[in-house]
Design a protein around this ligand. Structure first.
Ligand code: PLP
Length: 382
């Protein structure tokens, strides 16, 4: 037997309580029992999204379903939108917007750059007819944290322009104050900070986003927001929901409320710092820039002379620790350690230990134990 550790930024580990909740016998979805599950899920999601003004809708889909719904429910063909892009998921938003025939403008940055709110302001001054600005809060491909609060400060007073936030690895890892900051549409997926298996997506819709919905003429059916909102009035869903996943979600949200959202974010900040300090102590170079590092994932450059693919496969095969490769141009050049959701101090220590052992085995020269020591110093600070 080999004990396994999943250290990826989605799917993420699922607590036993949540798995057991999902293993309960099936119940019918048109029952008072399931309506209670719906109420618990919606109430808990509003808590983690930090919103009272927005509706929160739940789909049986991966996160991309929520992304697509944001486009098809808010816009008309030909509408001008600005997609900010500094990684793979910004690119996906651009692809979806193009697929729906929007007039897509892109602010494109390198994967190691942070989206600039000033660039958004400049674009909007030149294109006052813009109907939406799309920002990825936590860019999972690059580990970059974009300042959605600064973007919201620019967009929130424009009556006909929405701020759409992909917070799929943001929610539950970094602060995301939907109401206070004025975020119109925010989305997440179950296999990230919510500590669930893949299969659910959630999205918040502000009053301003509902006005955009009323104007929108793009085709929509399964992801038609109004259908979900109407059914939520009766604590139910328009189509057969992912019953077991929603029962699990109610349990994970119960655990999240018990810990408290501020404490959850503080825990993630601490674990991320321990991972960063541990990697730096090994002489490794962090990928994301100091001004924009998120708490969900730590991408790290593979050191000179080491085969990145071999490093990742050695950690998995020999040590049972799964981390993620870089994506696109950074495949084999960086590795990414996830610490999003159900993570504690010793997940960080375990991963650093496996990383050290794999690096020794591949001939990298460093002071063995220094990574663990640096991480412990962060964790012992409390
Ligand atoms: C995981 C993720 C998504 C959605 O991906 P799915 O595979 O459809 O769940 C979107 N954006 C970001 C930033 C993500 O991390």
């Amino acid at each position: 037997m080999q004990k396994k550790y999943l250290m990826t930024p989605g799917p993420t580990p699922v607590p036993a309580e949540v798995l057991l909740a999902g293993a309960r016998p099936m119940i019918h979805h048109r029952t008072p029992d399931f309506s209670q599950v719906v109420r618990d899920c919606v109430g808990g999601l509003k808590y983690v999204f930090q919103t009272e003004c927005s509706d929160v809708l739940i789909f049986a889909a991966s996160g991309t379903g929520a992304m697509e719904s944001a486009i098809s429910n808010c816009f008309c063909a030909g509408d001008t939108v600005l997609v900010t892009q500094n990684g793979k998921f910004g690119q996906r938003m651009q692809q979806i917007s193009k697929a729906y025939g929007l007039d897509v403008h892109t602010l494109e940055y390198g994967w190691q750059q942070v989206v600039s709110a000033q660039d958004i302001a400049d674009f909007l001054a030149e294109h006052p007819d813009t109907r939406g600005v799309i920002v990825t809060q936590s860019e999972t491909s690059s580990g970059v944290l974009n300042d959605v609060r600064a973007a919201a400060a620019i967009v929130r007073d424009l009556p006909d322009c929405l701020l759409i936030v992909d917070s799929i690895t943001g929610i539950g890892a970094v602060d995301c104050k939907t109401d206070e900051w004025g975020l119109d549409v925010v989305m997440t997926g179950s296999q990230k900070g919510l500590m669930l298996p893949p299969g659910l997506a959630a999205i918040s819709v502000s009053p301003k986003a509902w006005r955009a919905y009323e104007r929108s003429t793009l085709p929509k059916f399964y992801f038609d927001w109004k259908k979900y909102k109407k059914n939520l009035e009766d604590d139910t869903t328009p189509f057969t929901p992912a019953v077991s996943l929603m029962i699990s979600l109610a349990e994970s949200l119960r655990m999240m409320r018990e810990e408290g959202i501020e404490n959850i974010i503080a825990r993630h900040a601490r674990l991320a710092e321990a991972m960063r300090k541990g990697c730096e102590a090994l002489g490794l170079e962090l990928f994301a820039p100091p001004e924009g590092r998120g708490n969900a994932v730590t991408p790290v450059w593979v050191p000179e002379g080491i085969d990145g693919k071999k490093l990742i496969s050695l950690m998995k095969k020999k040590h049972g620790v799964t981390i993620a490769d870089g994506q696109d141009d950074y495949k084999g050049k960086i590795f990414r350690v996830g610490h999003l959701g159900y993570f504690g101090d010793f997940d960080i220590i375990t991963t650093l230990a496996a990383l050290e052992m794999a690096l020794v085995e591949l001939g990298y020269q460093f002071d063995t134990g220094s990574g663990i020591k640096a991480a412990e110093a962060v964790l012992m600070r409390g």
